[in-house]
Design a protein around this ligand. Structure first.
Ligand code: ASP
Ligand code: MG
Length: 407
């Protein structure tokens, strides 16, 4: 007997037929002899509509606690409906709003973090042969007020519950059948991965492959919860997200990620002296602008150098304003910016122990005549910035070069 947490996303509970489908899936898992807790999102589109209502009422900045009171209701509907559907197929099931368990969080409304989950009540419910149906996305703060974890947060609820219950696995049912080597919409030969490591998944998630909420992967890694991403519409195994030791396929590169929403800023002729980088990036971080890649050239004359960095495209205007405002303290000749760039990244834990991965990337891009504007690396990732128009060509080329194409 295993203990499992099954999470169903918005599309999986999108209408009554789909909720009945969820009940059938859960019944099969339960009748195979497992203890089962089910975590659900709101029906697809519901959270969006709730957010819209809040925005229509609040023309000035809204109160996040009241926003939470509104948007947390989507999940309350689905826990009840799923519990009813489970009862209809002959199972004992009960819904557990977050305050009844409770699932506790900190006091940062609208972006709260779970701090603890009481497991006693659900354990007792398991012992009575019941299925526990738990809302994703919501928790209660230190004063008992309903809160939410930020959009997409129900994956995180599911992994947190799995960690608290010491579950054997957390299955995330969604509308894709797993994690792919790259975006199947632009590379026909993208392949579903059987396994991927937490670290690789984090890189993929934060680089824009929106399969799992990033925080859920961080939690899974921290508490070593094996996570499976699978489709609720097909009866096939998905992708396991696991520890590196769990024997990941012996490949160097697991996936190619890209993100189009990038912009590049170059400060021409900044002083080559201590403190300059701090004077550039201090004001940006105060303005809550995330800087990604940073490159500083070697200075030719020992006095001045050029500094290039990237920000999200939607932050470009603000970033330029901040840099302009800090011109006196930073000291530079002029600013050049470009917003028609994208970032393409090659990801794989195999990079730790193998040389030559970056070279293969640079050579492949050069052969296609794609100019690399900026490079950054981590232990398991090499990213390049290129002209946006070459994004698809670059991703396809790299997918082939690293042997990721499906047969
Ligand atoms: N219902 C919430 C949202 O749409 C949480 C989730 O689905 O993960 O963001
Ligand atoms: Mg989601």
């Amino acid at each position: 007997m295993a203990r499992l947490v099954l999470k169903f996303g918005g599309t999986s509970v999108g209408d009554v037929e789909r909720i009945k489908n969820v009940a059938r899936k859960v019944k099969a898992v339960f009748e195979a002899g497992n203890e089962v807790a089910v975590v659900v999102s709101a029906m697809s589109g519901v959270t969006d509509s709730l957010v819209k209502l809040v925005d229509q009422i609040s023309t000035v900045k809204h109160d996040d606690a009241e926003y939470d009171t509104v948007v947390a209701t989507g999940e309350q509907v689905t826990i009840g409906l799923v519990a009813l559907a489970l009862q209809q197929v002959g199972l004992k099931a009960r819904s557990w709003p977050s305050w009844e368990i409770p699932i506790r969080c900190d006091d940062h409304h609208a972006k709260a973090r779970i701090t603890s989950i009481e497991t006693g009540p659900i354990e007792e419910s398991f012992a009575r042969g019941e299925i526990a149906v738990v809302p994703g996305f919501q928790a209660v703060d230190s004063k008992g007020r309903i809160s939410t974890l930020g959009r997409g947060g129900s994956d995180t609820s599911a992994v947190a519950l799995a960690a608290a219950l010491k579950a054997d696995r957390c299955d995330i049912y969604t509308d894709v059948d797993g994690v792919y080597t790259t975006d199947p919409r632009i590379v026909e030969k993208a392949r579903k991965l059987d396994r991927i490591t937490y670290e690789e998944m984090l890189e993929l998630a934060s680089l824009g492959a929106k399969v799992l909420h990033t925080r859920s992967v961080e939690l899974a890694m921290k508490y070593r919860v094996p996570v499976q991403v699978l489709s609720s519409f097909a009866d096939v195994p998905g992708t396991m997200v696991v520890d590196e030791e769990a024997g990941v396929e012996d490949v160097l590169v697991s996936g190619i990620a890209y993100s189009r929403g990038e912009a590049k800023i170059t400060l021409v002729k900044v002083a080559d002296q201590p403190g300059v980088a701090a004077r550039v990036f201090g004001p940006l971080s105060e303005a809550a602008i995330n800087v990604d890649m940073i490159v500083q050239n070697v200075s030719e004359d020992g006095k001045t150098t050029d500094m290039t960095f990237t920000v999200g495209r939607t932050d470009l205007k603000r970033a330029l304003a901040v840099i302009e405002g800090a011109k006196k303290t930073i000291g530079y000749e002029r600013v050049i910016s470009a917003s028609d760039v994208s970032k393409v990244s090659v990801i794989g834990v195999g990079m730790r122990s193998h040389a030559g991965i970056a070279f293969t990337m640079f050579k492949a891009l050069a052969d296609k005549g794609i100019n690399i504007q900026t490079i950054s690396t981590s232990e398991i990732k090499v990213s390049v910035l290129i002209a946006e128009e070459y994004t698809e060509l670059a991703v396809r080329t790299l997918h082939t070069v690293y042997g990721l194409d499906a047969a």
